[in-house]
Write a protein that binds this ligand. Structure first.
Ligand code: ADP
Ligand code: MG
Length: 444
């Protein structure tokens, strides 16, 4: 049981943000396991509710992939007094909502609805397009291609469309799949000689929701199979909705025929939220969690998180967890404390070697390219972005940064910093790349 759980944790740590992992998974430990139900011990009721609503499916799919059989997860609060685990009360062994969770056909996150989605100038267009598709699947826009950088609500909208369609017509076959999930499914089907079954899973669908299609770049076999899946559905007038952190035009390593499919419907972008939208989202999330959040605290958090809504939510949840641990109310003092810790965690990842490494990986280059004297655009722009990030996010001086970039002059660093700073305001591709990089570096 312990081994099973520790293997699951290894799997889960790769799927959730480090701060969420620390907050929600570090304090857990296995309580019992009977071959069908895996019971996990958690510190308090709030944890129980939160894990159940937000992480059940991740935990269950990890349990399944580690153990090889489908398992259900249940949560159990530890006894606070002596740290021992409370014995299990039989009468609530199987709760109906958890049974329904198994029966619920389209594997959609039911929290991600239109109702829970805050509309602001930044996402208005994507939201309207998503609504239109949800009311008229395969009639409005097909495919609908939603793009925007990480944490701006693409996955949320995708599920919202699925949920709304399911709500209206329970008979429609809806499937949500991440591009990685699609790839894994494909590889396993190829291995097991199960391609017919694979095709049966995708081709009879009415609605296919595909998340994070950018991961299909460079994967030829997946692209080929996805192309056929797409065509089958499209020709049968079935709805396909795709999300991505890049527009098709910017996806370099995809087949041309796939690119033209992505472009033939509607492309809707999502922009980072402004302050008012961030505040509105925080208040909404707090309301959903049933906690009181004052506007000054919401504004404080919103001001301190640039744009990533997932991060915004992460902070709020930390705040709630912290306040439930310490029985302190959520106020400015608590917010400032939690924030200090959060910023320190993130700041530590911004070192010059780490920035070099992440920039190189992000642009498919080698660190040595960034340090070289090569001046072609595909190297010089990433190099300038790297210098910009070092200047913005580390305490190193201009000459130090220049040295770390293979002995460049400090004026070069200064020039890069000014240039990228200016481009951030004018050029979407640059600003998305910088945003994604900051996100990747923060996550470590
Ligand atoms: P993405 O898929 O673009 O990386 P997600 O859809 O996972 O982003 O969103 C990250 C988190 O932010 C989710 O918990 C989501 O519910 C929340 N979120 C994003 N946009 C909004 C919004 N407009 N209103 C409410 N919550 C939002
Ligand atoms: Mg997503």
């Amino acid at each position: 049981m312990e081994v099973l759980w520790s293997k699951c944790l290894e799997d889960i740590v790769n799927q959730v943000l480090p701060e969420n992992y620390n907050t929600w998974f570090t304090p857990t430990s296995p309580v019992s396991y009977d071959g069908q139900v895996f019971t996990l011990g958690v510190p308090n009721e709030f944890f129980k509710k939160y894990l159940k609503e937000n992480y059940s499916s991740i935990i269950e799919s990890s349990l399944q992939s580690v153990s090889g059989t489908p398992l259900r997860v249940k949560f159990k609060v530890y006894s606070a007094r002596n740290g021992t685990k409370v014995s299990y009360e039989k009468h609530n062994y199987i709760e109906t909502d958890e049974q329904n969770h198994l029966d619920f056909k389209p594997s959609l996150n039911q929290k991600y609805t239109f109702k829970n989605f805050v509309v602001g100038g930044c996402n208005q267009f994507a939201h309207a397009a998503a609504k239109a598709v949800a009311s008229n699947p395969a009639m409005a826009y097909n495919p609908l291609f939603i793009y925007g950088s990480v944490g701006l609500g693409k996955t949320h909208l995708l599920h919202a469309i699925g949920n709304a369609i399911h709500e209206k017509n329970k008979k429609l076959k809806i499937r949500y799949v991440s591009t990685e999930g699609f790839t894994i499914d494909l590889i396993q089907s190829l291995k097991k000689d199960g391609m017919n079954a694979f095709r049966d899973r995708y081709r009879p669908l009415d609605v296919l929701l595909v998340d994070d299609i950018q991961f299909i770049e460079g994967k030829d076999r997946t692209q080929e199979e996805f192309f056929y899946t797409f065509n089958t559905l499209f020709e049968a007038h079935k709805q396909v909705i795709i999300t991505s952190d890049a527009i098709p035009k910017e996806m370099r390593k995809i087949q041309e025929r796939l690119r033209s499919r992505f472009e033939c419907g509607l492309i809707a972008d999502m922009e980072p939220p402004d302050l008012e939208t961030k505040v509105a989202i925080l208040l909404k999330k707090a309301e959903i969690q049933n906690v009181k959040l004052t506007e000054d605290v919401a504004i404080y958090i919103a001001n301190n998180i640039r744009s990533n809504i997932r991060e915004l939510e992460g902070i709020l949840l930390r705040l709630i967890a912290y306040s439930s641990f310490t029985s302190k109310p959520i106020n400015m003092d608590l917010a400032k404390n939690v924030f200090k810790k959060f910023s320190q965690d993130h700041q530590e990842n911004f070192t010059i070697p780490n920035i070099l490494k992440q920039v190189a990986t992000h642009f498919n280059l080698k660190v040595s390219d960034l340090k070289s004297k090569k001046r072609s655009r595909d190297i010089s722009v990433p190099r300038q972005i790297g210098m910009f990030l070092c200047r913005e996010r580390t305490k190193s001086s201009l000459p130090e940064i220049g040295r770390e970039f293979g002995g460049k002059d400090h004026t070069t660093v200064m020039y890069s910093h000014t240039k990228i700073g200016k481009l951030l305001k004018e050029n979407n591709e640059i600003s998305r790349n910088v945003q994604t990089l900051i996100d990747k570096i923060e996550r470590g």
